[in-house]
Write a protein that binds this ligand. Structure first.
Ligand code: SF4
Length: 384
């Protein structure tokens, strides 16, 4: 009889999409999907480490399942961001914690799964397509460059083939995913800049990569506007969304593509993280509040029906009351449709953990969270 597998996914939509590839990986090895966690031979936990609690939840789930099922416990496999971070955070403490607390669990790096497996997608209207993995930005608070490694864009042609297949399968909506989705292709174009060559798209169009002055620095161009335009032109798609964009990579070309295609989602998620220039600088975010506001204005001028959502961290190391008030002021000015708020917690390996003092008390972080939540709550928001 075929062995059964069950995948439990923690965290973000990219993890959900990764689990669809994991399902395909196991099915290609003869496993069949179990209906319940309690009835499986192999339990795969696709983990998250974005918050402190996320890591604890993995340990807690394994412990309680083993207590409940005793000798009938399934073989356990841990994959995802916890494994990636443990392998890459230089001090090795996370790996030590992992191997000490989970001595008899197998570890499966997502790199070993790769992208060759056609995702076993859940039934529904929307298909997720992962277009890139990892991030090179090293925002001071963020563990993603460790948990997922350097940014790697999938080949343009592979994504187009997957998108066309998804349309043929009858999906009407597609969600393009990447940790820094709109920097898709910057890694490829950076090499072309060095070589002094143009990049040829699968349909023959040549992209001449030139560094452009954008916001306050020179920026590597990306292939995202080209990819988005081609996916939006595939017959059958009624809605194309993308997550998560960095304001830094939100170019005028991208604004034009969104404006030109009515089937691209008019709700744009554009994480600001903080409304104070000093805090943004300390966070290693590469834009100022003025540049962010100007970007919002530019997008609103070209796409009048646009709605914005954002992420904000309150209580980042050193954030003063006045700096927090600048965040309040900014959210009022932009009038976001939804704000995902988190209070700062140190994550292993990050610049904030290594170099900054977590000096805003937990009580004050909670107060700022509640205050911002009250300002931004419109009756349909979701708290992190
Ligand atoms: S751009 Fe996003 S994923 Fe990358 S380091 Fe910053 S917050 Fe993390």
């Amino acid at each position: 009889m075929a062995q059964k597998y069950f995948i439990h996914t923690f965290g973000c939509q990219q993890n959900v999409a990764d689990s669809e590839r994991l399902a395909s990986f196991y099915e290609s090895r003869g496993f069949v999907r179990a209906k319940k966690m309690e009835l499986t031979d192999v339990l795969i936990l696709n983990t998250c480490v974005v918050r402190d609690r996320a890591e604890e939840k993995v340990y807690g789930m394994i412990r309680s399942l083993r207590q409940r099922l005793g000798l009938a416990s399934p073989r356990m496999v841990v994959t995802g961001c916890l494994i990636g971070a443990a392998a890459r955070v230089p001090d090795g403490k996370m790996m030590k914690r992992l191997t000490t607390r989970l001595p008899d669990v197998e570890f499966l790096p997502m790199e070993d799964v790769g992208f060759e497996y056609v995702p076993e997608r859940a039934k529904g209207k929307t298909a997720s397509i992962v277009i890139s993995n990892g991030c090179n930005n090293f925002c001071a608070f963020c563990i993603v460059p460790f948990s997922r490694g350097k940014e790697q864009s999938r080949p343009f042609q592979d994504i187009m083939i997957e998108a066309k297949r998804v349309a043929e399968d009858g999906y009407e909506e597609v969600l393009l995913l990447g940790q820094n989705v709109n920097s898709y292709g910057a890694d490829v174009l950076a090499k072309k800049i060095k070589e002094g060559e143009a990049y040829e798209l699968p349909d023959g169009e040549k992209v001449k990569p030139v560094m452009v002055k954008h916001l306050n620095r020179h920026r590597i161009p990306t292939l995202f506007p080209y990819l988005l335009e081609r996916i939006a032109s595939i017959p059958g798609f009624k809605k194309i969304s993308f997550l998560s964009s960095n304001p830094w990579d939100f170019s005028d070309e991208l604004i034009d593509v969104v404006a030109r295609h009515q089937n691209i989602d008019r709700t744009l998620h554009l994480p600001i993280q903080a409304g104070s220039n000093e805090v943004l600088k300390n966070m290693n975010r590469w834009y100022t509040r003025e540049e962010y506001l100007a970007l919002v204005d530019r997008i609103r001028t070209r796409i009048p029906t646009v709605r914005f959502t954002t992420d904000i961290i309150v209580g980042f190391p050193g954030e003063t009351r006045e700096q927090f008030e600048e965040t309040i002021d900014l959210v009022k000015r932009v009038d976001f449709d939804k704000v995902f708020i988190a209070w700062y917690s140190p994550r292993p390996g990050t610049a904030a953990t290594k170099n900054m003092k977590d000096n805003v008390s937990i009580e004050e972080k909670k107060r700022r969270f509640a205050e911002l939540d009250a300002v931004t709550f419109k009756g349909h928001g979701k708290k992190m």
